[in-house]
Write a protein that binds this ligand. Structure first.
Ligand code: SDX
Length: 458
């Protein structure tokens, strides 16, 4: 029988270990237990000056650089070793061998599905891909040039209005059907967003096709009765969705957990994740990589661009750097190999040459090496998506489809975690002390702006 896999490298569960703290303000000492390599911030509250209005110590950690907000068994990352595992399975093996829906099941349930579980899951997803016809009217209300992430975000939030019973989040059946609906309907909504912007008729789901083939059909089918997806593109998209499926407590997952902690319905919590992912420092980076490569324009301009980045005037090398990975993002390696396969089919273009030159220079330049800035998952994905003719502003929508199972697994884990409650951080107040109200407005104008009448006349 195969040996049980060794537990991942986390700090040893040291029973009895403690942080001995001496407060120089009072010379008092405190013993704060250390568990799993962490102390509980709440244990610091006992440390105070003894003054009546002293609430006790807080921890201060803007952007949560070194703060664990939860315990999670879903994804393990070792940023120094470039390790990423979903429920213990190395990302390289899942990308090579699994299907996206198999990974979606694994992330939520913690184990790979058996054949019966998998077949039922695929059936459930397949038969929930349609959206209410009113969703069409909702989507048709957007301008032709609306950003598809703005469309996706508001449409997913709108799903909450079609499924009011989804607010019964502690009913396992309700949670299960909401998870199925989001996994099934988001590709449909994403494809409808694409078709709306292109001014093309919406293509409805085709239940004969696999998850990825069906998505490509809803995006690309024209007058043919049955869409035939390019198998290279189908496999590439399946792998990219797997690579994006989860990434522990990243910005968008933290948003889903924080909003979900108010016990709102899952559609609203997931729309918060989509909003966070839209940001250029997060999921929006793949779109920014293509814009950056486009602005560089030619391989010969790369050295000048690199110097601009190093000048520290704010230009970033998009697709490089990561809060956790201080070595190569393991997903970037896989995506780069995938790009090679795709470009064998569609041909190498000058943007890929520019990207390869950016990477070559950056990997040897001390400015990047000293800051441990390596290509992340977004660096090459945009080039692959573009080779499949997806428009640049659609790339982050593809990231959202991939990240959906991770958001949902993390949302459910948060809900079922007995330690969790509504997320409500503290603050260090830096504003003015108490002062008496004295208005600077003249009595007659109070309540309306003196500019108001001009506005009415214009
Ligand atoms: C994703 O968290 C996740 O897991 C995210 C993600 C996921 O799967 O969910 O992996 C997906 O969001 C990947 C990251 C995509 N974003 C980008 O590619 C945008 C470019 N990267 C950076 O903005 C930045 O690297 C971050 C936001 C990704 C990480 O920023 P950190 O950890 O807050 O690091 P930092 O901004 O404090 O930077 C440290 C130093 C600074 O220089 P100094 O002030 O010390 O001189 O590195 C510099 C930064 O200026 N720096 C960069 C840089 N990233 C950081 N300089 C140039 N180009 C960059 N890309």
């Amino acid at each position: 029988m195969a040996e049980a896999p060794a537990k991942p490298k986390t700090a040893p569960a040291t029973s009895g270990a403690a942080l001995e703290i001496t407060d120089s303000r009072t010379t008092k000492t405190y013993s704060v237990p250390i568990t799993d390599g962490a102390i509980r911030a709440n244990d610091l509250k006992q440390i105070n000056t003894g003054a009546a209005d002293d609430p006790g110590l807080m921890s201060y950690d803007p952007a949560f650089l070194n703060t664990a907000a939860c315990r999670s068994a879903i994804t393990y990352i070792d940023g120094d070793k470039g390790i990423l595992r979903y429920r213990g399975y190395p990302i390289e093996q899942l990308a090579e061998n699994a299907t996206f829906l198999e990974v979606a099941w694994l992330l939520r349930h913690g184990e790979l599905p058996n054949q019966g579980e998998y077949d039922q899951f695929v059936h459930d997803i397949t038969y929930h891909t349609y959206v209410h016809e009113n969703m069409r009217k909702f989507l048709e209300g957007f301008r032709y040039d609306a950003h598809p992430m703005a469309m996706l975000n508001s449409t997913v939030a709108g799903l909450a209005s079609f499924y009011p019973s989804s607010r019964n989040i502690f009913d396992p059946e309700e949670r299960n059907i909401s998870i199925i609906r989001l996994l099934a309907k988001v590709p449909t909504i994403a494809a409808f967003c694409y078709r709306h912007v292109k001014g093309l008729p919406f293509i409805y789901p085709d239940n004969d096709l696999s998850y990825v083939e069906n998505f490509l059909s809803m995006v690309a089918r024209m007058s043919e009765s049955k869409y035939k997806a390019n198998p290279i593109f189908t496999r590439a998209l399946e792998v990219l969705f797997i690579l994006h499926a989860d990434h522990e407590q990243n910005c968008s997952t933290s948003a889903v957990r924080a909003v979900g902690s108010s016990h709102v319905d899952p559609f609203s919590a997931i729309s918060a994740g989509i909003a966070a992912l839209f940001g250029p420092l997060h999921g929006g980076a793949n779109e920014q990589v293509l814009r950056m490569v486009g602005d560089i324009g030619d391989v010969k301009n790369v050295p000048k661009f690199i110097e601009e980045v190093k000048s520290g005037k704010g230009q970033k090398l998009m697709g490089f750097g990561h809060r956790v990975y201080k070595s190569y993002d393991p997903r970037a390696k896989i995506v780069k190999n995938l790009a090679d396969e795709v470009f064998k089919v569609v041909g190498v273009d000058k943007d890929l040459e520019i990207a390869l030159e950016l990477e070559r220079i950056a990997l040897q330049d001390d400015y990047f090496v000293s800051r441990k800035l390596y290509p992340n998952v977004d660096f090459y994905t945009g080039l692959i998506y573009r080779s499949m003719s997806f428009p640049t502003d659609f790339f982050t929508v593809l990231f959202a489809i991939g990240r959906m199972p991770g958001w949902l697994a993390q949302w459910e884990e948060m809900l079922l975690d007995k330690e969790q409650k509504i997320a409500r951080p503290r603050q260090i107040y830096t504003g003015p002390a108490e002062r008496p109200y004295k208005s600077a407005l003249s009595a007659p104008s109070r309540g309306k702006s003196t500019k108001q009448k001009d506005a009415l006349r214009q």
